[in-house]
Design a protein around this ligand. Structure first.
Ligand SMILES: Nc1ncnc2c1ncn2[C@@H]1O[C@H](COP(=O)(O)OP(=O)(O)OP(=O)(O)O)[C@@H](O)[C@H]1O
Length: 242
C-alpha cells in the first residue's frame, strides 16, 4: 500500500523555485531516508507534506487522502517532528502529553491518560514521565516528541533531522526506537538527515534531492550496488558534484 505519494509537486517563493516537479512514493513499512545538501528543499517538502505550507502545483496524498482536499483525514494519519518539539519545560513530560492528547478528537476523554502512559512506555520514558521536561536530556526530549507524534496512532512518522545535536547514546536510542516502531507496529518512516552512515543502518529506501529536484530514488540495495566500492557518503558527494 502507498502511504505517501508526491505527485508533480512544485513550490515557488517569488521567482525562486524551491521544489520543482517532484514525484516519488513511499510504501507501507518503508523506512525512507530523505537526503540532499543544505538548502536542497527537504524541510520545504516536509512542511508541505505536513500541511504547514501549500504546494504551488501538484498533489500530496497520505494513504490516498489529498493533503489539500482531505486535510483532516490525510494529516490524521501522520505524526511529525518538523522543528524541534516544543514542550512546556516546567511541566512534566506526562502533563505535556495530557495537554496535547486533547487535540485528538478520536481518543475519548476517559482513555486519554491511558493513551499517554502507553506512548510514554513505548518510547521508554515511563520511568521519567512525571519529571519536569527541563530536566530531560535532548535525547529524552526527542523521544517525548516521538511520543507526541504517536498519540494519534499514525501510519507515517516524519522526522526532520532528528539526530541533530544528539550524542552517540541518544542517536543509538533514537535508531532503536525507529526500528522498534517500524518492526513492531508497522509504522512507515520518512527521515531527513545528513548522517548517511546512520540512515544506512535504518533505511530500506532513499530519496535524494538537489536544488529542489529529485536526483535519485530507490532501495538501499540498489544504491549500494550503484556506489560499488565507494561508501554511500562518497557516492553521495560524487552525485552532488557532477
Ligand atoms: N519562504 C521562503 N522564501 C524564500 N526562500 C525560501 C523560503 N523557504 C525556504 N527558502 C529557501 O529554499 C531553500 C530550501 O530550503 P530548505 O530549508 O527546504 O532546505 P533543506 O534541504 O531543508 O536544507 P538543510 O539541510 O540546510 O536543512 C533554501 O535556499 C531556503 O533559503
Amino acid at each position: 500500500m502507498r502511504v505517501l505519494e508526491i505527485e508533480h509537486v512544485t513550490k515557488k517563493a517569488g521567482r525562486r523555485t524551491l521544489i520543482s516537479d517532484m514525484s516519488f512514493e513511499i510504501m507501507q513499512g518503508d523506512v525512507c531516508g530523505f537526503v540532499g545538501p543544505n538548502g536542497a528543499g527537504k524541510t520545504t517538502l516536509i512542511r508541505m507534506i505536513t500541511g504547514l505550507v501549500r504546494p504551488g502545483e501538484g498533489t500530496i496524498r497520505i494513504e490516498g487522502f489529498d493533503v489539500q482536499r482531505d486535510r483532516m483525514k490525510a494529516l490524521g494519519r501522520v505524526g511529525a517532528i518538523v522543528e524541534s518539539p516544543i514542550f512546556f519545560p516546567y511541566m512534566s513530560g506526562r502533563d505535556n502529553l495530557l495537554n496535547l492528547v486533547k487535540l485528538h478528537a478520536s481518543i475519548p476523554k476517559e482513555n486519554r491518560a491511558a493513551r499517554v502512559d502507553e506512548v510514554l512506555a513505548t518510547v521508554g520514558l515511563d520511568g521519567r514521565g512525571r519529571d519536569k521536561v527541563k530536566t530531560y536530556s535532548l535525547g529524552m526530549k526527542q523521544r517525548l516528541g516521538i511520543a507526541q507524534a504517536l498519540l494519534g496512532n499514525p501510519k507515517l512518522i516524519i522526522l526532520d533531522e532528528p539526530a541533530n545535536g544528539l550524542d552517540p547514546m541518544g542517536i543509538r536510542e533514537l535508531r532503536n526506537l525507529i526500528l522498534k516502531l517500524n518492526q513492531t507496529y508497522g509504522i512507515t518512516f520518512f527521515v531527513s538527515s545528513h548522517l548517511l552512515d546512520e540512515l544506512q543502518r535504518i533505511c530500506n529506501r532513499f530519496v535524494i534531492i538537489k536544488e529542489g529536484r529529485l536526483v535519485w530514488q530507490g532501495t538501499q540495495e540498489a544504491w549500494l550496488q550503484m556506489a560499488g566500492t565507494s561508501s554511500l557518503e562518497d557516492h553521495f558527494v560524487e552525485m552532488m558534484t557532477t
